[in-house]
Design a protein around this ligand. Structure first.
Ligand code: PSV
Ligand code: MN
Ligand code: MN
Length: 392
């Protein structure tokens, strides 16, 4: 690929960070306190801004409501701008309220469904005040036992709730419907896979799209093919990048699955160059959905962002003409080797040059580790006591 195009494509790649990664979070067994971890939404925004200063490609931070206490969204948006970033997707929390024991939008009781809708309403208001484009919807809804509830009735309640949400979305906003194959419900999950999410998104119209979280698939699922299908349907709205080994582990992006990450980017790059899928591909929101327990939080986030950039850069280098020719000839291994050639290319020197060209630290991880910001937050914020997991 021509150098100027390579640079322009890298320039255009933006990856959003999640506010929930910057505070102390852990597993149900133990949350380990990190020195300097953010204690409020304000500090989370400051940390997200540090990730952007180091990498140059993370100019937005997603919020989770009400994990992030937002009394005055407009002021928060201005604060983010002062820090050099913007507010990204708004993530409603429809799973941590006593009332949601049997579901939120799928709950058998209309009163609870209305409560969930009212929360979605509040989140849309925050979007309007912060200029956020995406409402990112993940539901913990499902059942634990066969017969616990009527599957079709739940599906219709969900559709009605999503429709009501679509009706209040601002014209230029989108709702991204995320799926997850199990957990916390273990028998049946209301949005278990991309097919379930896609059917809702198709029925809801152009503002509804599907969000793919890499942690939410069964072992062996071919995620890149899901990405290709959703792009082809014009319904891929966004990603939650992370890595998983077993299920929703939310590890550093690309740490367990670098080839998979590259193959996903390969589909995205190909779709962006195809007039039939270009509009959808260029509208995709790239977001990290990850939290850290034993890792240093900002450092872990920088590493995830850089791993995305590296996978993307390699995907840009795929010899597309050669690939198309090998595919047309039915040369299975020739085509496969063309992909692997790009995957095996060491793009680190080119990315270091890209950073030099943008006055960014050539080695963002080192610059952060040795920089004033980390020292200051460790000194000023200290270590906050955390929970011990089960039993707390
Ligand atoms: C739960 O699985 C989850 O990790 C989903 O991926 C959501 O996107 C995220 O939490 C935030 O609600
Ligand atoms: Mn997610
Ligand atoms: Mn998840």
């Amino acid at each position: 690929m021509d150098d100027a195009i390579f640079i322009a494509r890298l320039d255009a790649q933006i990856i959003e960070t999640p506010s929930w990664a910057f505070g102390n979070t852990g597993t149900r067994f133990k949350t380990f306190a990190a020195p300097g971890a953010a204690r409020s939404v304000w500090e989370k925004i400051e940390d997200a801004a540090e990730v952007h200063r180091m990498t140059g490609i993370a100019p937005r931070v997603a919020l989770h409501i009400p994990w992030d206490k937002v009394d005055d969204a407009a002021t928060l948006g201005r604060f983010a701008a002062e820090c050099g970033i913007a507010i990204g997707a708004i993530n409603p929390n429809l799973f941590q309220d006593e009332d949601y024991r049997l579901g939120s939008l799928t709950h058998p009781d209309a009163r609870i469904r209305d409560k969930a809708l009212a929360h979605l309403h509040d989140c849309v208001a925050i979007m309007q005040q912060t200029g956020a484009r995406d409402l990112s919807l993940w539901f913990a809804d499902g059942t634990n036992y066969a017969g616990q509830d009527d599957i079709r009735a739940r599906r219709r309640r969900l559709r009605a709730g999503l429709q009501a949400c679509a009706d209040i979305l601002p014209d230029d906003a989108r709702m991204l419907i995320e799926y997850k194959f199990f957990e916390p419900a273990f028998y049946y999950t209301d949005l278990a896979d991309w097919g379930a999410a896609l059917l809702h998104a198709q029925a809801l119209g152009p503002q509804a799209q599907v969000l793919v979280d890499l942690g939410h698939h069964a072992q062996g699922a071919n995620i890149e093919s899901i990405v290709a299908i959703l792009l082809d349907e014009g319904k891929l709205g966004g990603f939650h990048f992370n890595a998983r080994r077993y299920a929703d582990d939310d590890l550093i992006v690309g740490s367990t699955n670098p080839l998979e990450l590259f193959l996903i980017y390969a589909e995205l790059v190909a779709a962006a160059d195809d007039p039939a899928t270009e509009a959808c591909a260029r509208g995709v929101s790239y977001m990290i959905d990850q939290s850290f327990n034993i890792e240093a939080k900002i450092e872990g986030m920088i590493m995830s962002i850089l791993n995305c950039q590296e996978a993307y850069a390699k995907a840009l280098l795929i010899d597309r003409a050669g690939l198309a020719a090998a595919q047309a000839e039915g040369d299975a291994l020739g085509a496969h080797r063309i992909l692997l050639d790009a995957f095996r290319t060491d793009v680190r020197p080119r990315l270091a040059a890209w950073r030099r060209g943008h006055n960014l630290p050539e080695d963002p991880l080192r610059a952060h580790r040795e920089g004033d910001y980390l020292r200051a937050i460790k000194r000023d914020r200290g270590v906050i006591a955390t929970g011990g997991g089960y039993g707390d």
